[in-house]
Design a binder for this molecule. Structure first.
Ligand code: MGD
Ligand code: MGD
Ligand code: SF4
Ligand code: MO
Length: 788
């Protein structure tokens, strides 16, 4: 049996450029092989990589998993979470019954009572305050069919623009950056581009810990006969950074300055593809003018990295023939998120490195179904990449749903997550239904979030499979089925769609989100223009068929991707149509992008001000299939470190835990690997503060404080790292709020993607107790494997 705890990436299977990634099948079984009654095809939902997996079933229970050898994403591999995470389904404290708050306490009730409470309050709020008093906040772990049902209910049934997902915290910038440059969301390339590339450029993406199977693919190239060059931009010396030829440990929040300097070098050294620029892009003159202001020495000073390393990185990128770049939260969760992410697209465009094998840019996703929330319209967009400002698109959606256009027509973009919570705070939203996201741990500025969710004026419904910090604050708690207990589709970060089949029944009275949403729609009597039920579906496949029909001729065309086509497959990348029944590995191979005014998903924004471009202005200069090069100047973070808060906090992930640990804390292998919070600190910052490795420290920001033992490691001096996985549900004293990273973060966002800033918060730090003191934290030290 594979051990992905001590050996996270497993045995190397090196390969050369152009070869196929060798197979390696990872398996974890709790019973002998011959006790397995069936293997049920599925895909892992513990990150956006979406590795194909078969679920082993015996006696009506999940008893293990095995990577699917034929899977186009994983070639059989599974990482630590994929291999062990399934055990969370069996946790003894799963929510088994609906609960309703009665006299201040949550009490067990039957489904009819719970759903009647939800629908009665919905009707009352709608009657008294109208549809804009209703809000829905969902997550990137539901299946596509469930997200689509959410979108149809909120936008078509209720008629509220206040529907967003925790994908806003996750991949809103990926969506935005792709639209700004290429006119539509969805990755241009394929994971197979890693098999062909000669250079990898990873920006703010700790792929070794956050997409371990993707990193295995990269590592196998790095260990192969023609090792690609590797440039990593990350303030911390992560496992990813340790493998790099050039590691640029930038000061947090300075990505734009660095990327502009790289563009400056490419242009100065004639590393551009002029024919590509002339034929397939707009905006080059403005970009060249802007980056002219960023000579390497200036960026070196802003970013706090040696100039010669920036030059070396520019040389590697500038001489690459096949460049693959990836971008994630070191860029997205920052104040200039979209502006920076777009500069990575620009690097590819000025070099003509897109739309051919080995040349692409991944604006990465994080959550397993982030792509689906975006495509189905559950995350601040209309479904099927339809443009909310394009009248013809709005009409098309209204006709497809057979509803009046005015229900879905708005004069502002669909509301973003932070704005939904602000509206709850101000009292304008009075009913909020949270599905599949643990807001009381994952949103920034938790003290404020708790106050918002607790407020008397807000009726809070929470659908989850476990008791969480968020369910605790709810008026109604609905117990849900988990992955493995339901059927549905998910789309990974390279557009690969997998169909996951139900392997076992959910425990107790738990129901699928799909069934709950259908029940709600039926009770609310949502109807279409003809008076027929708005959600006339019985099973997930019905919803999927409705969705794929809507995507026809849109950039994310999946009209050929029926369940029939997906069944038993090893994953199919969209577009998948009648003429491309096997899907599409690589988009934009003809270098015609989705920017044409009638086709594009949005008219884009001014990167400097965040102001949206007006439809008529866009049409007047219709890029008509050319990619947009958009320039931006560096701006300092809103809240830089100062005398009171001299250190810069950055938050993120460790390899073993998933988000707020509702699953991974319930898996012995994963929890034991990293059972407690830790704080990473550079030895230089420890000295003056009399702090030694393992000492208990208190980290304080303007918003709150946390306590945890320190791990001294080679991060950049001045930078403190805290994982955001640890909340309070598994604590003996849950009312002490001194463990979640988001006690420290403030409410700030990127002006274009509206993604919160989690990576730059000024803090101060002080010792609380020596390492060997007997403290209440009693924290075991973090395993040194991946930080030292
Ligand atoms: N094990 C595990 N894997 C996961 C998840 C998980 O919870 N656990 N979650 C999944 C999800 S939803 C997501 S979104 C992804 C996130 O995946 P990643 O983005 O890879 O993860 P993070 O740790 O949030 O941040 C990445 C890196 O950004 C760096 N960084 C901080 N500030 C800056 C900066 O200013 N510039 C640059 N260039 N880098 C900076 C941090 O040091 C960190 O190493 O992971 C997915 N995979
Ligand atoms: N400080 C800081 N904060 C961050 C980040 C960071 O880097 N730093 N990263 C942000 C990012 S990228 C992300 S993606 C978010 C993640 O934030 P969340 O989405 O809030 O995190 P999860 O723990 O994944 O919450 C998912 C919840 O859904 C439940 N669940 C799982 N499956 C199902 C299902 O099928 N149905 C239902 N109804 N419920 C289900 C789980 O039990 C869990 O409670 O956190 C964000 N917050
Ligand atoms: S890389 Fe992601 S999808 Fe693949 S096994 Fe690991 S957690 Fe699951
Ligand atoms: Mo995420």
């Amino acid at each position: 049996m594979a051990d992905r705890i001590s050996d996270v990436w497993g045995k190397r299977t090196p390969f050369a450029a152009g070869e196929s990634w060798p197979l390696r099948v990872d398996e974890c079984l709790a019973v002998p092989q011959d006790h397995v009654e069936r293997w049920v095809p599925s895909a892992c939902v513990l990150c956006s990589n979406g590795c194909g997996v078969d679920i082993a079933v015996a006696d009506g229970r999940i008893v293990g998993v095995r990577g699917r050898a034929e899977d186009r994403v994983s070639h059989g591999r599974l990482g630590p979470k994929g291999l062990f995470g399934w055990q969370a389904n069996h946790s003894r404290d799963r929510l088994l019954h609906p609960q309703l708050r009665i006299d201040g306490a949550l009490r067990r009730v039957d489904w009819n009572t719970a759903m009647s409470a939800v629908t009665e309050r919905s009707r009352a709020v709608l009657a008294d305050h109208g549809p804009h008093a209703m809000g829905f906040y969902t997550g990137g772990q539901l299946f596509a069919e469930e997200s689509y049902a959410q979108a149809l209910i909120a936008r078509g049934g209720i008629g509220t623009p206040h529907l967003d997902g925790s994908t806003r915290l996750c991949s809103a910038t990926a969506e935005r950056a792709l639209i700004e440059s290429f006119g539509s969301d969805g990755a241009p390339g394929s994971y197979t581009d890693i098999d062909h590339c000669d250079t990898l450029f990873l920006v703010g993406h700790n792929v070794a810990e956050t997409q371990t199977v993707l990193w295995s693919r990269m590592l196998d190239r790095l260990h192969g006969p023609d090792r690609p060059g590797l440039v990593v931009v990350d303030p911390r010396l992560t496992a990813t950074a340790r493998a790099a030829d050039v590691h640029l440990a930038v000061r947090p929040g300075t990505n734009v300055a660095l990327l502009n300097a790289l563009l400056h070098e490419l242009i100065d050294n004639d590393r551009t593809d002029q024919a590509f620029l002339d034929d397939h892009t707009t905006g080059y003159a403005e970009l060249a003018r802007t980056v002219a202001d960023y000579p390497v020495e200036r960026a070196a000073e802003i970013c706090g990295v040696p100039a010669h390393l920036i030059r070396r990185a520019a040389q590697l990128i500038g001489t690459a023939h096949r460049l693959v770049s990836t971008v994630l939260h070191g860029v997205y969760q920052s104040h200039q998120a979209t502006a920076a992410a777009v500069q990575v697209n620009n690097i590819h465009l000025v070099r003509g490195m897109i739309g051919r094998p080995g040349a692409t840019v991944f604006q990465m996703n994080g959550q397993p179904t982030a792509e689906n929330t975006r495509e189905t319209g559950a995350s601040g967009a209309l479904p099927a990449h339809l443009n909310w400002r394009n009248d013809a698109h709005v009409r098309r959606l209204a006709d497809h749903w057979n509803i009046d256009e005015h229900r879905i027509r708005t004069c502002s973009p669909p509301t973003d997550a932070l704005e939904i919570f602000r509206r709850c705070e101000s009292g304008s939203i009075r009913f909020l239904w949270i599905t599949g996201t643990n807001s009381a741990v994952s949103l920034p500025e938790l003290r404020r979030v708790r106050a918002i969710l607790k407020a008397d004026g807000l009726f809070l419904v929470v659908s989850d499979a476990f008791p969480t910090e968020t369910t605790e604050l709810a008026d109604v708690v609905l117990p849900t089925a988990l992955w493995g207990e339901k059927t549905g589709c998910c789309t990974n970060a390279d557009r690969t769609v997998h169909l996951s089949h139900k392997a076992v029944d959910p425990p107790g009275e738990a129901r699928t989100d799909f069934a709950i949403l259908l029940d709600y729609a039926r009770r609310m009597r949502f109807t279409d223009r003809a008076g027929r039920p708005l959600l006339a579906w019985h099973k997930p496949e019905d919803a999927w068929n409705d969705f794929i029909a809507l995507t026809k001729d849109r950039p994310c065309d999946q009209s050929g991707l029926t369940y029939e086509r997906l069944r038993g497959s090893s994953g199919v990348p969209w577009p998948c149509t009648e003429t491309a029944p096997d899907g599409t590995e690589r988009r934009y191979t003809d270098h015609v992008f989705a920017t044409a005014a009638d086709h594009c998903e949005d008219y884009g924004h001014d990167l400097a001000t965040g102001a949206p471009h007006e439809p008529h202005a866009y049409r007047a200069h219709d890029p008509a299939g050319r990619a947009n090069l958009k320039a931006a100047h560096h701006l300092p973070p809103h809240e830089p470190p100062d005398e009171t808060y001299p250190l810069c906090l950055t938050t993120g992930r460790g390899v073993y835990h998933w988000h707020t640990r509702t699953k991974t804390a319930r898996v012995p292998e994963l929890n034991d690997a990293e059972p407690e919070l830790w704080v990473e600190l550079h030895p230089d910052d420890a000295h003056g503060r009399d702090i030694a490795d393992g000492d208990l420290v208190r980290v304080t920001s303007r918003h709150g404080a946390i306590e945890a033992p320190v791990v001294l490691c080679g991060s950049r001096p001045g930078v403190v790292f805290v994982p955001f996985h640890y909340g309070y549900f598994d604590r003996s004293h849950p009312n002490r709020h001194d463990r979640a990273a988001n006690e420290l973060t403030g409410t700030a966002w990127d002006p274009i993607s509206k993604q919160p800033v989690y990576k730059v918060t000024p803090v101060r730090l002080a010792k609380v107790a020596d390492a060997d003191a007997d403290t209440s934290a009693g924290a075991p030290k973090r395993t040194a494997r991946n930080v030292k």
